[in-house]
Ligand binder design. Structure first.
Ligand SMILES: Nc1ncnc2c1ncn2[C@@H]1O[C@H](COP(=O)(O)OP(=O)(O)O)[C@@H](O)[C@H]1O
Ligand SMILES: N[C@@H](CCC(=O)OP(=O)(O)O)C(=O)O
Length: 384
């Protein structure tokens, strides 16, 4: 037994048991009939399992592949095209069928679904990132299950994520998920590709981000999937940076999601240790041009400096400069010394209106819905 598997024995329950917010990614092989169109029964099964997670009080965001496979079927294509415009066309046609089936299967459990199609550009741009984030939070608050896929029809090399394992990790980061579950066609991560090496052993648990894991993981073993195991291991490393654990597990295992939620350890769990600085925080710390300043009172300075808390408008004494939602501003104390910097959820105009006020007054002060209680969320804040 490897040291990692020994660690699994010592651990008590799966990460999903305690998780409040979960991203579940299902690969093409699990939602299509061997890559030939959407498998409605399989999707009914995912809807049933996710509704069981919801019944346990967990918020779930689903990242689902399958659009290209369904589009190929609808267009009567037997071979996956290689040129980009045909792939884009297949995705556009197939996404219709994919979400149609999801919608009806979730409706059978009384669950409303929403479709969100993302590109990398949507997440790299701060304002769009924040918009996607608040939309997603609102959907979760409303009890909706967001169903996400890459917006394959408009992607170019510059703006593509490229595979849904990575997209799942980006979404986990976006919504601060506790766990990313990657469901696939193998029992988990093996020491080598089990399709090629029957002696390969299942890794039960390991720290996400370990270089050896990347060396074990190969590409896609079938021509249905895109990234293979390497994109899953790299997704776990990415999700780790926002504190999310990743479980890579077989979607063919009966009732896999409720079983994981009950604490059963199945598949491979790649655990996250708390990162000191997230990638976003590094980006913020390196920022050279700040759009403005917010002057914090002594309590807010303490909360930010000592406890890493978010900046709430109630602790803002003054707003300087002109900025938009999504811009980077400095947080300074009354002596003008920079305490932190971060991405604002409100423009300078709005910030002036809500400064010194508690969140229950925002709607009236702004004359519209105000979803975010924080002027700068702690995840978008870096202490300097
Ligand atoms: N070390 C490994 N452990 C498990 N599977 C691996 C490994 N290396 C490569 N693979 C391959 O990765 C495949 C899963 O990835 P992929 O086909 O992209 O699936 P999905 O559609 O679920 O994303 C497996 O079928 C397997 O052949
Ligand atoms: N966005 C594509 C799927 C891309 C992808 O990563 O597929 P997979 O490796 O099966 O999860 C689609 O919907 O067909």
């Amino acid at each position: 037994m490897s040291d990692w598997n020994l660690a699994a024995d010592l651990a008590t329950a799966s990460a999903l048991k305690l998780a409040k917010r979960v991203v579940v990614k299902v690969g093409s092989s699990l939602v299509t009939n061997e890559g030939r169109g959407v498998d409605a029964d399989a999707i009914a099964n995912w809807a049933a399992q996710i509704s069981a997670l919801r019944a346990l009080g967990k918020e779930v965001v689903l990242v689902s592949s399958g659009a290209i496979a369904e589009g190929m079927k609808r267009l009567g294509w037997h071979k996956r095209p290689t040129n980009i415009d045909e792939l884009q066309a297949a995705a556009a046609v197939g996404q219709m069928g994919l979400v149609q089936v999801y919608e009806s299967k979730f409706a059978a459990h009384g669950i409303t679904t929403a479709q969100i199609l993302l590109t990398h550009a949507d997440l790299a741009d701060r304002a769009r990132y924040l918009n996607a984030r608040s939309a997603m939070f609102t959907l979760l608050r409303l009890g909706v299950v967001p169903i996400i896929n890459e917006n394959d029809t408009v992607i170019t090399d510059e703006i593509k994520v490229g595979d849904n394992d990575t997209l799942g990790a980006l979404v986990a980061n976006l919504i601060e998920a506790d766990v990313l579950v990657i469901l696939t066609d193998q029992a988990g991560l093996f020491t080598a590709d089990p399709r090629k090496n029957p002696a390969a052993e299942l890794i039960q648990t390991a720290p996400a981000g370990l270089l050896t894991l990347e060396q074990m993981a190969g590409g896609a073993g079938s021509n249905i999937g895109t990234g293979g195991m390497l994109t899953k291991v790299l997704a776990a490393k990415r999700a780790m940076r926002s504190g999310a654990h990743t479980v890579i597990v077989s979607g063919r295992e009966a009732h896999v999601l409720p079983r994981l939620a009950s604490g059963e350890r199945i598949g491979t769990e790649l655990t996250a240790s708390v990162a000191l600085l997230t990638a976003r925080q590094q980006w913020l710390a390196d920022h050279l041009q700040l759009r403005g300043q917010v002057v914090l009172d002594a309590g807010a300075v303490r909360a930010v400096r000592e406890s890493g808390k978010s900046v709430l408008p109630i602790g803002v004494l003054q707003v300087r400069g002109v900025f938009e939602r999504g811009d980077v501003v400095a947080c300074v104390d009354e002596a003008g010394i920079e305490v932190a910097r971060g991405l604002v959820n409100y423009s300078s105009g709005d910030a002036v209106r809500i400064a010194r006020h508690a969140s229950d007054a925002f709607e009236q002060l702004l004359g519209r819905d105000a979803d975010e209680a924080e002027l700068i969320h702690r995840n978008n804040l870096v202490r300097v």
